[in-house]
Design a protein around this ligand. Structure first.
Ligand SMILES: Nc1nc2c(c(=O)[nH]1)N[C@H]1C(S)=C(S)[C@@H](COP(=O)(O)O)O[C@H]1N2
Ligand SMILES: [Mo]
Length: 513
């Protein structure tokens, strides 16, 4: 164990900079860059920030686009709003949000692990004394330092070395306030978490407020890093570098050059890894998708199952504006749907089949006679927007109870008359579909909806029938539903990834974060 820290800050020199401190710092620097760059990828797909859950036109407090959103529903879709960034800027770049989200999810887990190792070692070794203020005097000391910096002067070495009050407060705030806040607001954006614990995003003022705070936290991380690096390099740099990079407790001039080389090498390696991550990801999108999402399975296993939104929202919460993703099918995409629409969907029959003893079809009236459930829920699109609406429909499990599945039926596939507005990989549009694992299909708040906000489901939102899966992102919620089928495995259908967004947009079939 290390000695007592005295008031002159000598103790910090005695504490030194052990190798684990250097390693966790380096890894943190690498991960923060990956998180920020993949976060920009996500932000670019809906470049607007709000405080309110409904994301109405003109309610942004900040936007990174000149486009104005008309209030006419469907005139400008969430797809129309997507922006693409250069691979040098975002991870991976080129509007590949599926891979951006894959990186963000995976690195979040690794970054938290690295942070835990750091904090545990901090307290196990006595290093915590350096950054955890133990007396209120720290505020007075910080004020003294601030006054010195304000005159663009440099505090004397013994005053500064190694951590003055201002630095102590800064580090403490970043490690014990900002980092946990980022984790907490990040979690508030997951539909699985916000769906299971609807009170949780409210702690931050709602789901969009959590997203805005998450963005401001990113800006604070950037600002802090900039200040941190500036201070290291401007205020007694030779001492700082030798202590930090060489793990030396005593300052020796002979080590300065070596320390500088280490810094340059370290920063170069990290920046190269950031950019390499982009080009590696883009080189084979399917491989990146499979690998990055497989690696985060252990973290996803910790997520809550099922949702409890029905009891959490009221009519008063319903959004006056609700974004739309993709417009109804046209004559090229589905003459069938247009013909049905012609007669007000009077001839519509939902097909239920696949691996079942006897396939069946149902009119919407027949479905209504089977079971009806209302739910007011928060829709979360992985692009970033949300909206609250009341949905009326039949629980999917009540429908599935009408047919007898054959042995080996493990997944439920829902197919659409419609397509995606465009395919993220540029191929010609295909009929939209999604696959749900049995457990998700059977959740309380998984329904096939024919009503929205007390009226028949509008065409723009999926008439005559659309899927609602409240524990998952919007891309699972097929609009203009044609059929429901039991299947053996999602590997057997489409490109084998579990849905249209998974096949061509490189998203994960497990759409809970
Ligand atoms: N047929 C079809 N259904 C679809 C899509 C689509 O492109 N085609 N987009 C999905 C996505 S990504 C989202 S976020 C929701 C949006 O639902 P909304 O337009 O009713 O708000 O629809 C989902 N269902
Ligand atoms: Mo979406």
């Amino acid at each position: 164990m290390l000695g007592v820290v005295n008031d002159a800050g000598q103790g910090a020199v005695v504490l030194g900079f052990p190798w684990w401190l250097q390693v966790t710092h380096f890894v943190n620097f690498l991960f923060l860059g990956l998180l920020i760059r993949s976060g920009w990828e996500v932000l670019a797909s809906h470049p607007r920030l709000y405080w309110r859950n409904d994301c109405g036109p003109g309610t942004e407090w900040l936007k990174f686009t000149r486009d104005e959103v008309p209030s006419e529903i469907g005139a400008f879709t969430a797809r129309d709003d997507q922006r693409s960034l250069h691979p040098m800027v975002s991870l991976p770049g080129r509007g590949k949000i599926g891979i951006g989200r894959a990186w963000h999810g995976l690195v979040t887990g690794l970054w938290i692990l690295n942070g835990l190792v750091y904090v545990v070692l901090l307290f196990a070794t006595g290093q915590w004394r350096r950054i955890v203020p133990t007396s209120w005097d720290v505020f007075g000391q910080a004020w003294e330092s601030a006054k010195i910096y304000a005159t663009f002067a440099v505090p004397s070495l013994e005053h500064f070395n190694p951590y003055d009050g201002l630095q102590k407060l800064g580090y403490f705030a970043v490690i014990f306030i900002l980092a946990p806040l980022m984790i907490a607001t990040g979690a508030a954006m997951s539909p699985a978490i916000a769906g299971r614990f609807p009170w949780y995003p409210r702690l931050f003022g709602g789901r969009q407020a959590a997203r805005s705070i998450h963005f401001l936290g990113m800006a604070a991380f950037l600002g802090f890093t900039l200040m941190h690096v500036t201070l290291v390099l401007l205020v007694h740099p030779e001492h700082n570098l030798v202590h930090m990079m060489m793990g030396e407790t005593e300052f020796r001039r002979a080590l300065v050059a070596q320390a500088i080389i280490r810094v340059i090498l370290g920063v170069t390696v990290v920046v190269m890894l950031w950019i390499l991550a982009s080009y590696w990801s883009l080189a084979d999108l399917r491989r990146s998708q499979r690998l990055l999402y497989r690696l985060q399975r252990p973290f996803k296993r910790l997520l809550p199952r099922a949702t409890r939104q029905r009891t959490a929202y009221t009519e008063a919460d319903i959004s006056p504006f609700h974004w739309v993703n993709t417009r109804p099918p046209d004559a090229n995409q589905s003459p069938d749907w247009l013909a049905l629409r012609e007669r007000g969907f009077a001839d519509y029959r939902l097909e239920v089949g696949g691996l079942v003893a006897a396939p069946a079809t149902f009119s919407v009236e027949e479905l209504k006679a089977l079971a009806e459930q209302d739910q007011i829920t928060l829709h979360t699109c992985m692009q970033g927007w949300t909206g609250i609406a009341k949905w009326s429909g039949i629980p999917l499990r009540a429908l599935l109870a009408q047919v007898e599945p054959l042995a080996g039926a493990e997944f439920v596939m829902i197919e659409s008359f419609g397509t995606a507005q465009h395919m993220a990989d540029g191929r010609p549009v295909e009929p939209y579909y999604t696959v749900l694992p049995k457990a998700v299909a059977m959740e309380d708040e998984t329904i096939l909806a024919w009503g929205m906000n007390g009226a028949p489901l509008p065409e723009m939102y999926g008439a005559p029938l659309r899927l609602r899966v409240e524990s998952m992102h919007g891309y699972k919620m097929v609009k203009w539903v044609r059929s429901v089928s039991w299947i053996r495995d999602y590997a057997d259908v489409g490109d084998g990834m579990g849905g249209t967004r998974e096949d061509s947009g490189y998203q994960d079939i497990d759409a809970r974060i």
